[in-house]
Design a protein around this ligand. Structure first.
Ligand code: NAP
Length: 343
């Protein structure tokens, strides 16, 4: 394993922005991980672990530490009394794992098809889509604890999962490096009700009892029709969280906007951020630096030609300000911005 110096971070982020990393290493095993941790400790460097780079934004002044590209692989299926436990290396490409589980006829993560990035990133923000969330299937995960310098097995309940949230992106940010996740899946069909777009796909294809493969195909069709492929057009997927607001806030908004789309979320109300952005007049809005909201899905910021993260900051702040001006809802950024001295 080689530790390289002064590496362009734009090549490791799907938004294709960012300065240089002082050091960068690609790891393939837990042993490699321990080696790079030791290297970073000796030089007093912060560590940032990346999977596919699809949910991270680097600033123009780069990262004064060690960036670790995680390629730890593993995919093992164990049969259990009431289902199957799948153990996945955190550096596995997530969608490849979803395809494999669907190929085995297992349900539980097929609605998370085509989510970019690696398996290890999924518990961090409790990835979810079309009614499935990683918290519904995760049994436990293995991680290196940088605080106590020991390996830890963290059970589902200790991850403190909430909507797009866990201890790994909140109270314990930068403490653990996840190396394996274990999911419990079952050999059955996904259950109704399905999201409207998914149900429409099944109706159109005359599918009454969808299998995991049918649900995966539906999600792939829906996502491919409205999301840009980062290999072709730089982007970080959804750039903002779908806001969850209080019932009181929602009631006062409906006076002015009676048609506002919404979904009940525990005792609150979830509003599609894409709708707010579109209503603020920002669908397919381009700025001179080469950033734009995507025409088919304004929740995605695409980078046609921008070279500076500063341009992205200005563009996103303009969107946040305009949406706030109109709806008094403050959009929050979904991808993590990594600053030069983070960690
Ligand atoms: P969408 O399907 O247009 O939905 C927009 C919003 O409406 C989301 O907040 C979604 O909730 C909610 N929603 C739609 N139908 C719903 C239903 N039947 N019941 C409850 N809530 C409903 O969203 P999109 O932006 O195109 O994204 C498609 C899916 O991918 C969504 O599920 C979205 O959350 C997910 N996604 C996840 C991540 C992530 O995990 N980081 C990133 C991007 C997109 P939910 O958010 O609860 O689904």
């Amino acid at each position: 394993m080689k530790i390289q110096e002064n590496i362009a971070l734009k090549d490791f982020s799907t938004m294709r922005l960012g300065g240089l990393a002082d050091y960068l290493a690609v790891i393939n095993s837990e042993e490699d991980l321990l080696t790079v941790i030791q290297f970073a400790r000796q030089k007093s460097l912060p560590i940032k672990v990346l999977g596919g780079g699809s949910n991270v934004i680097f600033t123009d002044d780069g990262f004064a530490g060690l960036v670790v590209i995680n390629q730890i692989k593993r995919f093992e299926v164990e049969s259990e009394e009431n289902g199957y436990v799948v153990e996945i290396g955190s550096g596995e490409i997530w969608d490849t794992c979803v395809a494999k589980t669907v190929g085995l006829g297992l349900t539980g993560i097929e609605a998370l098809s085509l989510i970019p990035g690696t398996a290890g990133g999924t518990p961090v923000q409790n990835v979810g889509a079309y009614g499935q969330e990683i918290k519904d299937t995760l049994v436990n995960l293995r991680a290196y604890d940088l605080q106590s310098n020991t390996w830890a097995t963290i059970n589902n309940s200790n991850c403190k999962f909430a909507y797009r949230k866990s201890i790994f992106n909140s109270s314990q940010r930068n403490r653990y490096i996840i190396t394996k996740i274990r999911l419990k899946l079952s050999k059955s069909n996904p259950r109704k009700p399905f999201y409207k777009s998914v149900q429409e796909y099944f109706d159109e294809h005359r599918i009454d009892t969808p299998t995991p493969t049918d649900l995966r195909n539906a999600v792939i069709a829906i996502r491919s029709a409205k999301l840009p492929d980062p290999k072709i057009l730089a982007n970080s997927g959804s750039f903002f969280h779908n806001p969850v607001i209080t019932r009181q806030q929602f009631d006062s908004l409906t006076v002015k906007y009676p048609d506002i789309p919404h979904y009940t979320h525990e005792d609150k109300v979830k509003i599609p951020a894409a709708w707010l952005i579109e209503q603020a007049g920002l669908k397919n809005c381009q700025d001179p630096s080469g950033l734009a909201t995507y025409d088919k899905q304004p929740l995605v910021i695409v980078n046609y030609s921008a070279r500076s993260e500063n341009d992205l900051t200005n563009f996103k702040n303009m969107i946040i300000d305009k949406v706030f001006e109109k709806f008094k809802i403050k959009l929050e950024q979904e991808p993590e911005t990594v600053h030069k001295t983070d960690g």
